[in-house]
Design a protein around this ligand. Structure first.
Ligand code: DC
Length: 246
């Protein structure tokens, strides 16, 4: 393994034009971890927008690697080959938080990385330590000037000293319901029961892998969004960021 990291450019926040209620502070690093369907993306975008910070959806980086693996017809059990491909892949997150585009080797793959095959493959290849090393080093580089990052290991591994750490969760049924609606938009779902069982399997894989499993950081604020509106959870998170940033 060469130890290289993938080239990854990212969007820069606008110097002006976006309003934040939190002013004149050092750039904040905000970690949002949690299982799938917990609302990390929606809330991460909202927070990044409100705070004028970069938004880094780390799951989309693992998804881009997964797509590269599928397109190259690599055997995902050939770990060295997958790591080498991850290191060579040029992944780019471009645009504003609300309209983030994911580029792989210069091609827009924003929609493709949401397919069922990629969702499955990303859960498999993200358990490979060399893939994680490459992504984590890039995420640290991208986020060090301040960012909202969402993923599974942001508060535990990527930025253990993050200014604010959230762990978002919700009941499995509600998370499956949200995922099912997203999947219907992608036209690849069959039933909520199937979504729930696939999601449970991915969560099991993400939580039990040896390298950087999904877990609550000791100093994370756990928010259960079951039965709560996005607006309500957003407000609570903003209040907590403001308190932490004082
Ligand atoms: O958040 P998501 O569903 O887009 O993530 C896709 C996969 O990548 C998921 O199986 C978990 C994995 N992942 C990870 O292992 N670490 C991260 N920081 C982000 C995602």
């Amino acid at each position: 393994m060469s130890g290289q990291t993938p080239k990854l450019k990212t969007q820069r926040p606008k110097a002006k034009g976006q309003k934040s209620r939190i002013k004149n502070l050092k750039p904040l690093i905000i970690a949002i971890d949690g299982p799938s369907g917990a609302g990390k993306s929606t809330l991460g975008r909202l927070l990044a927008h409100a705070l004028n910070l970069l938004y880094i959806d780390t799951g989309s980086m693992y998804r881009a690697v997964a797509l590269a693996v599928i397109q190259s017809q690599l055997d995902p059990t050939d770990k060295d080959a997958v790591v080498s491909l991850a290191e060579r892949s040029d992944i780019d997150l471009a645009g504003e938080p609300d309209s983030l585009r994911v580029m792989l080797n210069g091609r827009d793959v924003t929609e493709q990385i949401r397919s069922e095959a990629v969702t499955d493959m990303s859960s498999i290849i993200s358990s490979i330590p060399g893939v994680r090393r490459a992504m984590v080093s890039r995420q640290r580089e991208m986020g060090r000037g301040g960012a909202v990052l969402n993923g599974r290991d942001i508060g535990t591994v990527v930025f253990p000293d993050a200014d604010v750490k959230f762990f978002l969760t919700a009941s499995a049924e509600e998370r499956a319901q949200r995922r099912f609606i997203e999947e219907q938009a992608q036209k690849h779902s069959t039933s909520i029961a199937q979504t729930l069982s696939e999601m449970t399997e991915r969560d099991r894989r993400d939580s039990t892998r040896t390298d950087s499993p999904l877990k609550v950081a000791d100093d994370a604020i756990v928010i259960d969004s079951t039965g709560r509106s996005i607006q309500e959870v957003f407000q609570k998170m903003m209040d907590l960021v403001e308190t932490a940033a004082r």
